[in-house]
Each structure stands twice: as C-alpha cells, then as structure tokens.
Design a protein around this ligand. Sequence first.
Ligand SMILES: [Zn+2]
Length: 545
Amino acid sequence: MGRKRYAKYLRYSKVHGDREPDSIKNQELIIDNYVKKRIEETGESWILQDVYVDINYTGTNFMRPEFLRMKEDIEAAKIDVVISKDCSRFGRNVATEVYFSEIFPKHGVIFIGVVDNIDTSNDSQILERQLKGIVNESYSRDISTKVRSAMYAKMAEGKYVASCVPYGFLRDPNDKHKLIVDENVRPVILRITKLYLEGYGFQTIARILNDEPGGPPSPALYKEQKGLRYYNKNAQRGLWSISTVRKILTNEIYNGTLIQHRVAGISFKVKKKKKVPEEEQIKVEGAVEKIIDDETWGLIQGKIKMRSKVVKNSHTSQILPQNLYSGVVFCEDCGSQMNYRSDRDVYACGTYTKYGKKYCTNHYIKTKDINKVVLMQLEIINKLTIEVKQLYEDIKEKHQEKQTANIVFIKIKQCQKRIDTINNALKILREERADGEIDEDEYRKTRSEYMQEMDDLQNELGKLNNKAKNSSLVFLEWEEKIEDIEKTYEQYFSIKELDRELILRLIDKITINEDRRISEIRFKGESPFELAEELKQEMKAIAVR
Ligand SMILES: [Zn+2]
C-alpha cells in the first residue's frame, strides 16, 4: 500500500511555438521537488519507473515517440502515476481529456500536473480541469481574442496603443493613448519637406543632414539619446538614410492620420507577425496634430509618385541582369558593401554614396579591373595546382615502386608458413624415429635437409622484415591526401571565363582600398594558396623519407 510507481513525462518544444521554452532540466527539477515533498508529507513510497522525454514535439497531438512508449508501459500496468510539470507538457489539445477521463482510470493511473495543481485522483477537480484544461488551446485562444478586441476598440477611437512612439511625437503625460508633437523634432521634419520640395532626393537630403556640423541626429539616434524605446534594425551608425528620409515624407502620421494594426500575429500560437492588408488596417484621420499641412503633403506625395516612375524606367533595362560581383566587393576603410553603378560600370563604396565624404572617401573600382585581378589569381591557382599535381605524380610513381612492398608482406607470410610446416615435419620425424619407423641415417639426412632450409628461411625472413620496415602505412594516407587535393582543385582547372555562379562559388569577399585597387581576395573555405603550399610542403617532407 502507498507504493507508487511513477513516470516522469517531460516535453520540450521550441519549434512549435511554446511561449516560454521550458527547459527539460527545469521541468524535472519541479517534478523532483514535488515528489520529495509529497514523500515527506505522506510517508508514501514513490518509486521512479521511468523518465520519458520528447524533445521538439508539439503537445497538440500524441505522435510523440516517448509518449507512445509511456502509453505502452501504462497499458502493461507498469505505471501508477504519470507526473508532468503541468498539463500542457502532457498535451495541449482537446483529446488530452480522453486520457484523464478514460485511459488513465481504465489502467488505474493517476495524472499529476505539478504547477497547475492537477491531480486526477481528486474527483472534485474534474470540472475545474475541464474548464481550465480542455485544454490550453481553446483557453488561450479565448484570452487572446478578448485582449485583441479590446485593443481594436481603442485603435478605432484613434487611441495610440503601441509601446513605441513614432519619431516626432511624444506621449501625452495626461493620456497615455494620446500623442503630442515633439517640438524638438518639428523643425527637422519641416526642413526635410522643404528640401524635398526644392528638388533634393532622399539620398541627397540624408547626406546634407549627415554632413552638417551639429546637424539633427537621425530618428534612431535621437530616440537613443532621449532614452526612448525604438525599433530600428537598420539604425546604421545612427545616420540619416534614404529610408529614414522616405519614412518622414511618406508616413501619414505627419499629416495627422494615425494608422494602427499594420502588422498582426498570425495566431495565438505563433509569435511571428505578418503585414495586415491595407483595407484591414485601422486608420483614423486627424487623430494626431498635423506636422505637415495638407497642401505640402499633397505636393510631396505627387512628387514622390512622379520620381519613382522615372527611376524605374531608366533602370529596369540596365540593372536587371545580375552583375558579376554584387555582394562580394567591400570597401576596405568603412567595411560597407560596394554597390554596382551601371552608368560607369563600377562598384562604389555604399557609405560614401549614401552619406557622403564625411563618412568615407570615394572608393570605387571598375568591373574590368576586378576581372583582371581575379583571372590572374585563378591563373596562379591553376599553376599551383599543376605543380601540386606534378608532385603528386612523382610521389605516386615512387609509391608504385613501393607497392612492391606488398610482395614483401606476402613473402614474409609464405616464409612463416613454411617455417611452421618444417617445425611440424621435424616433430613428426622425431616421432617416426622414436617409433622405429625410420632408421638413424634416414632420420639424420632428412633432418639436416630441413635444418638447412630452415636456416635459409630465417635469413630470408630477416631481409624481408627490414624491407617491410621501410614501407609503411603512410601509403594509405598519401592516397587520401592526393584525393583531397584533386577534389579541392578540380573545380579551378578548366576556368576560362568568369561568371556570376563561379564568383559566388569561389570568392567570399573582395576588398578595395582607397587607391582603387584590390587589397584582398578572400576565397570561400581555406585559401587555395595556403592549401596548395601546405600540401606541397607535406608531400615533399613525406617523399624525402
Ligand atoms: Zn567606404
């Protein structure tokens, strides 16, 4: 009595969107503490039957290997108690209840969920469990729907609900759902609109703001300085950029319209957000003060539309074919990617192009100059490869000479076998003599013949063993190494013309210095030069032996 064979069931799922990844260790600790306490309090004897751990399986179905193993053990009457950190570890779909109400009682098994205080031996809990437990899925869906609809109602009233306040605004100290204009930022926004209407593009405006001594900090930098929350993954160096300028000239909030519910979670289970279609967004005109008046706003939007058309037309024909080194060429000084300019067929430093001379100098390089160096390097690799291969052929020849060493081993074996045979024959000879089957003369004669052969064999064996020492297992290693070299270099052998695919396969990074020269070509994987050099050294060293 009171003896309980218990099973720990642990489940961890990161991929299936459990809110708080609950480490296996943590789950087990909670269970162990519970069992310890329970033993202390009740004096029951608890015996651990087994631990079942499912990693990266969702709780929404029962197709989990360890769960199924546990089920078998339950059916085989090996388990009295199943204990989990909480009910959702065990299962989080409606069918979970079937276990509690049918399968477990049928086999006399009790389920304990430590954290949510579930104990199926306690009848009064059944209803509570059904309410709370059936099961976490519908429950959490219900909660998140309630929270959401309350939020939508606020949004529809033009109340600001997000935790982050947009650049140019502050939260009204008297009403946390209301935004007021940040007077420090108002002149910056107005200046940007003025510059744009004067004919400057996004990029030039960003450059003007960045180059200006004591110029306004970028939105990300400003928020950081003021200790405000902000999201901006691309807050590159806290500088103004095309996208920060564009945002100010296109976000309707600067014209008084608050748009919320632009993104939403896919479901209560998945944290990932997706863009909400425009017609479903919650848009309230006049919800905030207009920083940019209607007339100016209209002019700006018209101009943006016009510009984007022009840009598209002039570029589509030129830019579409992927150019050779996109994403591979980098500026040595600022580390930024160098972008292809089709008009001059060059790659130019991205920082300089975007932010101007204050942040980097005009690094650029012509495509044909890169081609020249890359082809030259490939030529060198090719030569090195030929050299390595030649060395390999030489060594292979020697290797084949040494292959005869295999004959040595065969001969050694033959010798040893013959020696054994002779020893055996001598033994038989002695027995025959003892039995009087042969006479003394015959015995001596035969024996001396055997002994002579034995001497010869011992001699031969000595010589063979010496030879065997010189050859060694290194042969096998050679074979493998040479195969490796061939595999590594083969792809460079037949290169005649550069193409995009080849560049991406071969080259990791090309760095351009201020003199418009290549300062480094980094190859994917190990440097072919170092690799070839290393192998040459290694092969030479081994070949000398
Ligand atoms: Zn640069």
